[in-house]
Design a protein around this ligand. Structure first.
Ligand code: MG
Length: 232
């Protein structure tokens, strides 16, 4: 079991951490113990829900106005009450312009997300040629954007808005608390890394299998509930 600290500052991921992973993301209801546990923790300690989802979507699962970070760090707000998009006008404009200039290649597929878009090239005839064409297209990438190359995909998103930057900002506002971050996502690794780089006490917990920078691990939502119950 990961350590229990005296003055926690909670960062809790939603899917896979507070709610079991299900095939249909619109049916991802919280673990049965989560609503009451969250309410009690939130009454005693600073607590943020951290998710890759749009905060609007979270309101159908959580019935209280928790503070929250959405879209992997690009939104901050209060569940069911307010959603602030942190992306700058400059980044939004650059993203729009880039979206309009995606090279025309047969089989290239654009996936639009709320504050980013991804260009998939797994279905093109000549992958190498397409990849080099995409590199040319992104050669003069505006400084406000990041291009993240993945497996047969490149994603364009505003620079510097990750779960890591969000957690750094919030943790700085609570210097006398110990951040306790629980998450199962690849993007949670940005937060684990940020907390380790901050050079202060923190509890980092990866949920489930897979490589991680977190110091501790829990099996799944059931084990997360068991761990969190110790703070009551
Ligand atoms: Mg998750």
């Amino acid at each position: 079991m990961p350590p229990v600290v005296e003055k926690p500052l909670f960062f809790l991921d939603y899917d896979g951490t507070l709610a079991p992973i299900v095939d249909d993301p619109t049916a991802a209801v919280p673990h049965p113990d989560a609503p009451e546990l969250l309410e009690q923790l939130d009454a005693r300690y600073p607590l943020w829900i951290v998710t890759g989802r749009d905060l609007q979507a979270l309101a159908s699962f959580l019935d209280r106005p928790y503070r929250a970070i959405g879209l992997h760090g690009a939104q901050e707000g209060i569940v069911g009450r307010e959603t602030n998009n942190l992306m700058s006008e400059a980044a939004a404009g650059a993203l729009r312009r880039l979206r309009q200039s995606v090279p025309l290649v047969e089989g290239l597929e654009v996936e639009d997300k709320d504050q980013s878009f991804a260009v998939h090239y797994r279905a093109v005839a000549d992958e190498a040629a397409t990849r080099s064409r995409l590199r040319d297209w992104l050669a003069d990438l505006p400084a406000v954007l990041d291009a993240i190359w993945g497996k047969k995909v490149v994603e364009l998103r505003p620079k510097g808005l990750t779960k890591g930057t969000a957690v750094r900002r919030i943790a700085d506002d609570h210097p006398d608390h110990v951040p306790v971050y629980v998450g199962d996502d690849v993007t949670d690794e940005d937060a684990f890394e940020a907390l380790q780089e901050m050079n202060r006490a923190a509890v980092t917990i990866k949920v489930g299998a897979g490589d991680t920078r977190a110091a501790a691990r829990l099996d799944g939502p059931e084990a997360v509930m068991e761990y969190l119950r110790q703070y009551l």
